[in-house]
Design a binder for this molecule. Structure first.
Ligand SMILES: [Zn+2]
Ligand SMILES: [Zn+2]
Ligand SMILES: [Zn+2]
Ligand SMILES: [Zn+2]
Length: 221
């Protein structure tokens, strides 16, 4: 079964909650703040366009850049072979390789506080061939104390259930040779042994919306 709501753990206090409940929960942590110089802090919720079981709550410094956010998303969820990527914010595109893109597009060297307003929803696309499209929403901005890193993970979904298509036990691999739909053909190791496609077409089941796409194995390159 896919599409089931996933839960995730708050990295601040360890509480396990659903994606939406975490929004309010995390904002209470922001409100209590910490010690140090206050900066603009942006609370982002990242998932996919159809609101999947894959999601992350992030805290970004307003003085961090789109490049920082792009790097973070690549490292946690996306990077397979150094494809191009872009953000689409308010009708404008910001790309990792502006020289290859159309006139009027910007690069990623833009401060988040300058392009993101509260309630803003925007898009990140990685790989213009087998594209993984992420939806990002600004859940709030604060003057608060942020970590040193431009982007910090606050919570993410626990791995969704991916039952083997043959026996129903937890799946280990995706066969991309007979890839069917966004979730591929998933198999446990035992059933994969008897599977008819070549082994070279198998990718590990990983906790990312890019699972089973291109050569994604779940680790940063
Ligand atoms: Zn918490
Ligand atoms: Zn790739
Ligand atoms: Zn199986
Ligand atoms: Zn296959």
């Amino acid at each position: 079964m896919t599409g089931k709501a996933t839960r995730g753990e708050c990295t601040v206090c360890g509480k396990v909650l659903g994606k939406r409940a975490l929004t309010r929960h995390l904002q209470a942590h922001f409100a209590t703040g910490g010690r140090g110089r206050a900066v603009t802090v942006v609370h982002l919720l990242v998932d996919t366009r159809h609101g999947s079981e894959y999601w992350m709550h992030l805290m970004a410094r307003g003085d961090g850049t789109l490049k920082d956010l792009d790097s973070f998303l690549r490292e946690e969820w996306l990077e397979c072979c150094g494809h191009m990527s872009q953000f689409k914010i308010g009708g404008r595109a910001y790309t990792s390789d502006p020289e290859f893109s159309r006139w009027g597009e910007g690069d990623l060297d833009v401060a988040l506080a300058d392009v993101l307003g509260v309630g803003e929803e925007f898009i990140h696309e990685y790989d213009f061939g087998s594209t993984t499209t992420l939806r990002l929403r600004v859940m709030g901005t604060w003057q608060g104390v942020a970590g040193r890193l431009p982007v910090t993970l606050l919570a993410r979904n626990e791995p969704p259930e991916r039952p083997c298509g043959v026996c129903g036990r937890p799946a280990d691999v995706v066969c991309v040779a007979c890839y069917e739909g966004p979730h591929g053909t998933v198999l446990c190791d035992a059933c994969a042994e008897g599977h008819h496609c070549d082994e070279d077409y198998r990718l590990p089941v990983v906790n990312s919306p890019r699972c089973g796409v291109c050569g994604y194995t779940g680790t940063a390159w």
